[in-house]
Design a protein around this ligand. Structure first.
Ligand code: 5GP
Length: 210
């Protein structure tokens, strides 16, 4: 059986990445979302085990030391990590995995796992990004400034991603991600076992067309 593949999606905050990922997963239930571990508190509506595994800092550090994470990072004072077990188990089963992680972690995945498609989502324009980062204006200017700085440094990482989706229109953006997934499944490297099986059945004399 062929191994599974994975798609990593990153974006500066406010690009609409979560909506694209949600719609994509709804359209393809066979794709598994890599549920990360985090020390941040759940937001309203978030479900433990579905959006994240919400754990304490102590548990996170313990897991990190045991080598449970394929990558991990600190973001705005919270720790986030991708389960190495999820990655390995699903890949071995031939499943496609979707990872919604920021660029530093994505780079580590690129270094440590072969294959995979790395997708960067951008909002329609820089002006639009600024507007979205500013939010509804309830926040202190310091935290908005911190978001600008983080977005700017994340944008610099676009250079090594394989694909870019400009999120002008949600339907189009979702279709673009679906196209990337389909292309990924058609890669020769993703079909090695199937091709081998095909090639191992030589034509017999009886199969000559008259
Ligand atoms: P949020 O707290 O808004 O859910 O996520 C903040 C950022 O952390 C997002 O960019 C998200 O993609 C990223 N993130 C979520 N899980 C992980 C993870 O396991 N590893 C890394 N490196 N980033 C993650």
């Amino acid at each position: 059986m062929d191994k599974g593949t994975f798609i990593v999606v990153s974006a500066p905050s406010g690009a609409g990445k979560s909506s694209i990922c949600q719609r994509f997963l709804q359209a393809y239930p066979e794709i598994k979302f890599s549920v990360s571990y985090t020390t941040r508190l759940p937001r309203p509506g978030e479900v433990n085990g579905k959006d994240y595994f919400f754990i304490s800092r102590e548990e996170f550090q313990d897991r990190r030391q045991k080598g449970d994470f394929a990558e991990w990072t600190e973001n705005y004072g919270n720790l986030y990590g991708t389960s190495i077990r999820t990655m390995k188990e699903f890949l071995a089963k031939g499943t496609t995995i979707l990872l919604d992680i920021e660029p530093r972690g994505a780079k580590k995945i690129k270094q440590n796992f072969r294959g995979g498609a790395f997708v960067f989502v951008l909002p329609p324009s820089r002006e639009e990004l600024l507007k979205r980062l500013e939010g509804r204006g309830h926040e202190a200017s310091d935290s908005i400034r911190a978001r600008y700085a983080q977005a700017e440094s994340e944008l610099q990482e676009i250079s090594w991603y394989d694909y870019v989706i400009f999120n002008d229109d949600l339907d189009t953006a979702v279709n673009q991600l679906i196209s990337i997934y389909i292309a990924q499944r058609c890669k020769r490297s993703a079909l090695k076992a199937k091709i081998k099986q095909f090639m191992n059945k030589p034509f017999s004399k009886n199969s000559l067309v008259k």
